[in-house]
Ligand binder design. Structure first.
Ligand code: UDP
Length: 244
């Protein structure tokens, strides 16, 4: 999180951000459902310069069997960054960060998926980050929800995700990579708009309690924008408006 020098550049006197956006604007978002033939469900998302592919397998038997739960299905999530996804080659071995993001995405998806309908089975969510530019956990979580729905897994709602943050003393929607590096706070949020429930909330940085509330409200508005595009991706696939 940076100081005043970065602050001057991040937001100009007309309230325009370093990538030309207004404070309440998301980056350009494109979501496509059902892009992989051999997975049970899949989705692809472009969120600004982030490019992420998600493939689902399951529900299927758990091996070894003692890992299964007789009362419910289990969700397993692997978030993985390709070595070429960032400017400085990423070591292909799982990093602490990837393990943490896999865990938070799993926990953010669990309230949405009706795992109790599939006791003793596992649903696997494989996330491949092809290109990263800040905000990959939110983009990946949003794509994973679409991929789970595409796999026909019963869900209570989809989780839509978007980050808000504080840049140049101003609360903004959808923090990009530069803003994440040099801004004052970054708050990724995962939200189920129909159920009005937050399933992911992290905060890197410091906010006053008023700023915290504003960040949550701004982030939820971003999630609602993402939600419409998630629904459109599924409608396009299943009701013939797309090329699938
Ligand atoms: N990043 C990188 N190398 C890494 C990990 C991350 O360049 O090994 C970049 C990448 O663009 C990522 C950004 O740093 O999107 C912010 O990472 P963070 O841990 O905040 O997670 P994210 O914002 O992607 O959810």
């Amino acid at each position: 999180m940076g100081g005043r020098e970065a602050t001057m550049v991040l937001l100009d006197e007309n309230g325009i951000r370093c990538d030309g956006r207004k404070i309440d604007e998301t980056r350009k978002i494109m979501i496509k459902a059902g892009v992989l033939k051999n997975a049970d469900g899949s989705a692809y998302i472009e969120f600004g310069d982030n490019k992420i592919l998600v493939g689902i397998f399951g529900p299927r038997d758990v091996h070894p069997k003692h890992m299964s739960d007789t009362d419910t299905g289990i969700l397993r999530v692997r978030y993985h960054m390709e070595p070429f996804s960032v400017t400085e080659r990423k070591n292909p071995a799982p990093s602490r960060r990837e393990i943490e993001i896999s865990k938070v995405i799993k926990e953010a998806l669990e309230p949405a998926v009706m795992l109790e309908k599939f006791p003793r089975t596992a649903v696997d969510v494989f996330i491949e980050v092809l290109q990263a530019d800040g905000g990959t956990r939110c983009a990946a979580l949003s794509a994973a929800s679409v991929a789970l729905a595409d796999a026909g897994i019963p869900m209570r709602d989809m989780v839509a995700a978007c980050a808000s943050g504080k840049v140049a003393d101003t609360i903004v929607l959808d923090v990009n990579n530069e803003e994440d590096q040099a801004g004052q706070a970054d708050m990724p949020i995962g939200y189920m708009p129909n159920l009005k429930k937050i399933t992911l909330l992290q905060l890197d940085g410091i906010l006053t309690s008023d700023e915290f509330k504003k960040c949550v409200d701004v982030g939820i508005n971003g999630c609602k924008i993402v939600y419409e595009l998630q629904k459109k991706a599924l409608t396009d696939k299943y009701f013939g408006n797309g090329s699938n």
